[in-house]
Design a protein around this ligand. Structure first.
Ligand code: S3P
Ligand code: PEP
Length: 435
């Protein structure tokens, strides 16, 4: 596997082992996906917007910086609020996408609305992540784009301040973010957009629903009633206040800790009705032996002392795969995690990375074409390469609760979505009740 990790200093970390069941009540940062969409929609709306409880982490700071580079005003009011004021978008500008799928797929369509060239590049592995179908779709609606072979980074969008829009056909089976990216700025295109997906199924349906719901909330006229077709009419979006929910994917390792240790973890501030796939997570954790309840104080997961194997299609919630694989190696029966071929294109080739690192600890894991087959074995401690991938680090931390001596090559990669992860995790394991 290519070692295309970031150039920043690595931070080796030994995952703490739990001697007692964890009992913890946590307030976790805001959702990456909701924050990214709120920033983009705010930048193309008519008036100012406020994001309450946004995620402050590398991905969302890069998103704000990218929009700022193109002329939008995005500032931090205080720890709880970001203010975005739309302004005419302009180049020349440079956008650093880091390793963020949302930045590399949501911002190029907006660059077409800027007057002047906008260049995009990112971390070494960002140049490997697929972008070609989006570049092709944008070219077909009138954008001039110079890109590397296969439509990858680095690329330049020669914005003219106007995007014709219209009908596009795209194969979005590699990432739902291609579709979300095309839709988020489309109300500002002269003819809006009609996106038609042709190819194997688009993954991450809940993220597409989130895009549609947030566009509707911003005042867009959007039709997703035909499967695999999304239409946004040209029109104005209104600035508004966005309440960002806590990040469900970021919560998964903490909930997994409840299962591994037979304890309980409550995530404070969980809304009654969510744009994130909480019901799917509930079903998966229940199948693995956990109990999930939504109460007035938040979302609580309790472990029952046993972890069962899981046979599940994770295409809707592929972000959960690394942590569920970590639970699966600690389970009392084998697991099959299916439907996630496309996570070979995430922050690293997650199927190869998980198989390699879990096998090195003594598990018996096979990669299939679209997932992992996992047979639990007695595990031993040892080195765990994180491949600059925050969710590989989460997986290692979960195993470390039960297996002493799990040595992560780098825990700083968790700053992609939760810079406070190592501190929160260590406090939880040390018995910190309310954080
Ligand atoms: O739109 C989004 O915010 C996301 C969509 C999904 O991408 P894929 O469809 O590429 O899996 C998800 O895995 C990613 O973490 C966030
Ligand atoms: C796949 C992920 O991120 P990205 O938005 O970079 O695609 C992820 O967070 O698991």
């Amino acid at each position: 596997m290519a070692n295309l990790t970031a150039t920043r200093p690595l931070q080796p970390w030994t995952a703490p082992t739990a001697t007692d069941p964890v009992e913890s009540t946590l307030r976790l940062p805001g959702s990456k996906s909701l924050t990214a969409r709120a920033l983009v929609l705010s930048a193309v709306s008519d008036g100012p917007s406020t994001l309450r409880h946004p995620l402050r982490a590398r991905d969302t700071e890069l998103m704000a910086a990218g929009l700022r580079a193109m002329g939008a005003h995005a500032s931090i009011v205080d720890d709880e609020r970001w203010l975005v004021r739309p302004r005419p978008l302009q180049g020349p500008a440079h956008v650093d996408v880091g390793l963020s799928g949302t930045v590399m797929r949501f911002v190029p369509p907006l660059a077409g609305l800027a007057e002047g060239p906008v260049t995009f590049d990112g971390d070494p592995y960002a140049r490997v992540r697929p972008l070609g179908p989006l570049v092709g779709a944008l070219r077909s609606i009138g954008l001039r784009i110079d890109a590397s072979d296969g439509g990858r980074l680095p690329l330049t969008v020669y914005g003219t301040g106007q995007v014709a829009g219209g009908e596009v056909v795209i194969d979005a089976s590699a990432s739902s973010q291609f579709v979300s990216g095309l839709l988020l700025g489309a109300a500002r295109f002269d003819r809006g957009i009609v996106v038609r997906h042709e190819g194997p199924p688009v993954p991450s349906a809940p993220h597409l629903r989130m895009t549609v719901q947030m566009l509707l909330a911003a005042g867009a006229a959007i039709d997703d009633s035909t499967p695999n077709v999304w239409a946004v009419e040209p029109g104005r979006l209104s600035g508004r206040g966005w309440d960002i929910e806590p990040d469900l994917s970021g919560a998964v390792p903490f909930f997994a800790a409840a299962l591994v240790t037979g304890g309980g973890v409550t995530l404070l501030g969980w809304p009654r009705s969510s744009l994130q796939p909480v019901d799917t997570l509930r079903t998966l954790l229940q199948q693995m032996g956990g109990e999930v309840t939504l109460g007035t104080d938040g979302l609580t997961v309790r472990g029952t002392g046993v972890i069962h194997g899981l046979d599940a299609d994770l295409s809707d919630v592929s972000e959960f795969t690394p942590v569920l694989a970590a639970l699966a190696v600690l389970a009392d029966s084998p697991s099959r995690l299916r439907g996630v071929a496309h996570i070979r294109n995430h922050e690293t080739d997650r199927l190869a990375a998980l198989a390699r690192e879990l096998n090195a600890l003594g598990a018996d894991v096979n990669e299939s074409t679209d997932g992992l087959e996992i047979r639990p074995r007695l595990l031993r401690g040892g080195a765990f390469e994180t491949y600059a991938d925050h969710r590989m680090a989460h997986a290692a931390a979960v195993i470390g609760l039960a297996v002493p001596g799990i040595e992560l090559s780098d825990v700083a990669c968790t700053s992609k979505t939760m810079p406070e992860f190592p501190a929160l995790w260590s406090t939880m394991v040390a018995g910190g009740g309310r954080q």
